[in-house]
Ligand binder design. Sequence first.
Ligand code: PLP
Length: 394
Amino acid sequence: MKLAQSFSRLGTETAFEVLARARALEAQGRRIIHLEIGEPDFDTPTNIRNAAKKAIDAGYTHYGPAAGLPEARKAVAEYVSKTRCISVKPEETILVPGGKPIIFFTILALIDAGDEVIYPNPGFPIYESMINYVGGKAVPLPIREENGFDFDPAEFERLLSSKTKLVILNSPANPTGGVMAEATMTRVAAALKKYPDAMVLTDEIYSRVVYKGKHRSIMSLPGMRERCILLDGFSKTWAMTGWRLGYGAGPKWLIDAMAKLATNDHSCVASFAQIAAIEALEGPQDAVTAMVAEFKKRRDVIVKGLNSLPGFSCLTPEASFYVFPNIKGTGMKSKALADALLNQAGVACLPGTSFGSFGEGYLRFSYANSVENIQKALAAMKDALPKLAVPAAR
Ligand code: PLP
C-alpha cells in the first residue's frame, strides 16, 4: 500500500514541526520561548465571541450555502469594497475555513500541469507546495533585503511569459514584514497588460497589521480588479486562528469554481462562525487598534535587540508581526542556527529556508509574544551566540 505519486510533491509548513520539537523539549522540563508560530497571542474580542454564542442559541447550527450565508457574503463584499476602494458584489465573495483554502482552491481551479506560477520567495510555504502538488511550474520571485523586502519590478518582468497562468503576491508579507511599494504595484499592473490570461492571487491576510500609512491593495489599480482574487480573513486581524475563517473576493466565474470545490471539500463554513464574522467586520474595531499598537511596541523591542546580537542585522518592518533578520555575519547556515537557538538558548524560531531557497542567511521571528518574553529570548540568544557562532569570513 502506498500514497499517490503526487504526494511526493506536497510540501508543508515548518512552523508546526518546530512547534512540535519545542513542545517535546518542554515535556522534558526545558523552558522554551515561542517565537516560531504566526498567531496573535490575544483572545478573540468579546463582542465577536458573544455574537457566536448568540448565533448558536438562535439556531445557526445547520448547513448553509457552499460559498457562505448571504448576509455574511454581503458583509464581506461591503468590507472589501470599502477597504480596497473598489466595488465588489456579494456573489463575488466566498467564505472558507481560513485564508489557506483560497490558496488551495485558486491553484486547483486555475493550474494545469506545466502552467507557470510566479510566487514570492521567501514566501508563505504553501504557495510553492501547492503549485508543485498540482504539477505546475513554480517560478520564484526573489524578495531581497536590499530592496527593503519588496521585489524588483524588472526581475518580475523578466519572469513573466506566455505560460504564466498565475502570479501570487503577498503584501504585507510573511516572513519578511515587507510591503509592496506603490511604484512596484504600478509596474506589475503595467507589465501584466501584455499577458491577458494571467490571474493574480493577492494575499492580504496582514492588511490590518500595518504600522505606517494605510494598506494599499493592487486590486484598486486600473485593470486589476477583473484579474485579481483577494485572500483575506479573520485569523490575524481579529485573533481568530482557531475559528478557521477566511474569505476570497474576485471574478464570479472563479468564485463559482471555488464554491464547487467547497461543496466537494467542506460543504460550508460553520454557520454561527459566519454570524460572528459579520460582527468582526462591522462591529467596534478598538480591539484591533489596541492589538496593532501592542505589536508595534514589540516590533521596536525585538528589532533593537536583534541588531545588538553579534552577526545579526535586522530591518524594521512596516507591517505584520514578523521580523526577518540577516544572520550571515554569524557564519552559520539558517537551519543550523535555528536548531542551535532552540536546543541551546531555548528560543524557537524558523530558518529563513522554511520559506524558500532565497531565505538562506535569515531567520524568522514572530513577535506574537509578550515584551517580557521577547526580552528574555533576546538575553538568552545574546548569552548563547558567542558559544555557537563561527566568525564570519571577512
Ligand atoms: N497567507 C499568509 C501569508 C499567511 O501567513 C497565513 C498564515 O500564517 C495564511 C495565508 C493562512 O491564514 P489562515 O490561518 O487564516 O488559514
